[in-house]
Write a protein that binds this ligand. Structure first.
Ligand code: ZN
Length: 419
C-alpha cells in the first residue's frame, strides 16, 4: 500500500486536471430536470442489477421508482436490500454523490428524506453545469443517448453504429431508439426494399449524425462472422419474403452491414467505440470476437470499452498488439476499484501511454454519480501512480503527465475534439 499522504497529494493534483469524460449515457439536461427525482434516482442505474441479484423483486424495485407512492413506504421496501449492496463499488458512487451534493454522511433511514428533498430542489436547469463542470472539472462528456441534440459543447454525442436486424420491421424502416423510446429513422427518404437500400440508409445516417456533431459510433463485441454479401442477401430476402419471420440477433445480414458501416466510419473519420464484456449473457460479448474486425480494418480507430470485464487480460492484449485499439477505462472503477487499479498498473507495463483513456462515468439519469465515479477513478489512478513513485520508477511530475494523458490528451486526440 502506498503512503496515504502521497496518494492524497496526487489526488489533489488530479483534481486540477481538466477531464474529458469518455463515456456517458446522459440525455439532454431537460430530460433530467423534468423528471421527479428523489433518493431512489441514485439507484436508477447499475445498482438496480445489484438489488436484483440481492433478490429484491423486480416489482418491489419498480415500486421504489414510483414517485406517486409515499417515500417512507418505498424506503421500507428498499432498506433491507440496500444493506446487502452498500459495500459494492456501484453503491459507493451513490454514497459519494449523496455526501458531495446533498451533505449526507450516509444513505440511511436517517438521511433518505432529507436527501430526497434536497435532490428535488437542486433538479433545476444548470445541474449538468454544476455537477460536470463545477464539481468534476469535466470540459466535455461523450454521451450515448441515441440522439445528437444533447447540449453541446458540455456533452458531445456518440451514436449507435448499427441497429438490430432480426425482423423485417427493423430492416425495412431502420431506426435508432433513444432511452425514452423515441424512434429516429436512419433516413426518412429511403424506403428499404433491397440490401443496397439498407446499406444506403445506414450510410446516410452516419453522414447525418456526423454533421450534427457525433464523434464516434458504438457497436458491441458480438461473435461476428466474416461478412458475406451473398449470405446477407439471402437473409434479407428471407425476411422480405417472409420465409423467415425472424433471425438470431447475430446473423449474416447484420455481420455484413456492420462491416460496411465500419468502412463508412473510416471514410467519415469517426471513432468506432466497442462495448466489450460484462452485460447480461456476457458470453456473447467476449472482446476477442473483435480480432478479425481489427485485422480487417487497420485504419479505423477502435475505442475498446470496459477492459472486457471479466476478460481483462484478453482486452489488455488487444491494446498491446493492435495499433488501431485504444483501451478505455470507462465504467471500470465502479465495476471494481480493485480490478481497475490492478489493470491500470498492468497497462502501464504493457501499453503505450497514448493509447489509454482514463475515465468515463457511464451514467444516464443520475448525473451526480459521475462525480462519485470520478472520485473513485482519481483514487485508483493516484494509488497506482504512488506505487510507481515509491518504487523509484517515476517522479511525481512524470506521474501527473501520465495521468493528464489518460484524462485529457488521449481522448482529445482519439476523438479529434477541437478543444
Ligand atoms: Zn455505457
Amino acid at each position: 500500500m502506498p503512503a496515504a499522504n502521497l496518494v492524497q497529494r496526487l489526488i489533489a493534483a488530479l483534481e486540477q486536471i481538466e477531464i474529458i469524460d469518455a463515456h456517458e449515457h446522459l440525455s439532454p439536461e431537460r430530460v433530467r430536470t423534468s423528471a421527479k427525482v428523489d433518493v431512489f434516482t441514485l439507484f436508477s442505474h447499475y445498482t438496480r442489477r445489484d438489488l436484483m441479484v440481492a433478490r429484491m423483486s423486480e416489482s418491489d424495485y419498480e415500486v421504489t421508482r414510483n414517485t406517486d407512492l409515499p417515500l417512507d413506504y418505498r424506503w421500507k421496501l428498499f432498506a433491507p436490500y440496500w444493506e446487502h449492496i452498500r459495500w459494492g463499488s456501484y453503491a459507493r458512487a451513490a454514497l459519494i454523490a449523496a455526501k458531495k451534493f446533498y451533505g449526507a454522511d450516509d444513505i440511511s433511514e436517517r438521511t433518505y428524506a432529507d436527501i430526497s428533498q434536497k435532490m428535488a430542489k437542486a433538479n433545476t436547469p444548470g445541474i449538468y453545469q454544476r455537477v460536470l463542470k463545477d464539481a468534476c472539472n469535466i470540459r466535455t462528456a461523450l454521451t450515448q443517448a441515441a440522439r445528437t441534440d444533447v447540449g453541446q459543447p458540455l456533452l458531445t454525442p456518440v451514436m449507435p453504429l448499427v441497429t438490430e436486424m432480426e425482423v423485417w420491421d427493423q430492416v425495412c424502416r431502420p431506426a435508432v431508439m433513444d432511452w425514452q423510446g423515441n424512434l429516429r429513422p436512419m433516413d426518412p427518404a429511403i424506403a428499404v426494399s433491397s440490401l443496397d437500400d439498407l446499406v444506403a440508409a445506414n450510410r446516410s445516417y452516419i453522414k447525418q449524425v456526423k454533421s450534427e456533431g457525433a464523434v464516434g459510433l458504438k457497436m458491441v463485441s458480438n461473435p461476428y462472422r466474416s461478412p458475406s454479401r451473398q449470405a446477407a442477401l439471402e437473409c434479407f430476402e428471407d425476411l422480405r419474403k417472409g420465409t423467415a419471420s425472424s433471425l438470431p440477433a447475430v446473423n449474416p445480414l447484420r455481420d455484413y452491414v456492420v462491416d460496411e458501416m465500419i468502412k463508412c466510419s473510416e471514410e467519415e473519420n469517426l471513432v468506432v467505440c466497442v462495448h466489450t464484456g460484462y452485460w447480461g449473457d456476457f458470453r456473447t460479448l467476449d472482446p476477442l470476437h473483435m480480432i478479425p474486425i481489427l485485422e480487417r480494418h487497420p485504419s479505423v480507430r477502435f475505442d475498446m470499452y470496459h477492459l472486457g470485464y471479466p476478460w481483462v487480460r484478453e482486452s489488455i492484449m488487444l491494446g498491446k498488439g493492435f495499433a488501431n485499439v485504444w483501451l478505455n477505462f470507462c465504467w471500470t472503477h465502479i465495476i471494481s476499484q480493485r480490478f481497475a487499479t490492478d489493470a491500470l498498473d498492468e497497462v502501464i507495463d504493457l501499453v503505450p501511454t497514448n493509447k489509454v483513456i482514463g475515465f468515463g462515468g457511464d451514467y444516464a439519469l443520475a448525473v451526480e454519480k459521475v462525480y462519485g465515479h470520478l472520485v473513485m477513478a482519481r483514487e485508483d489512478i493516484a494509488s497506482v501512480l504512488a506505487g510507481r513513485i515509491e518504487r523509484g520508477q517515476m517522479t511525481e511530475d512524470q506521474a501527473l503527465t501520465l495521468a493528464r494523458r489518460w484524462l485529457w490528451d488521449n481522448p482529445r486526440e482519439l476523438y479529434q475534439l477541437g478543444l
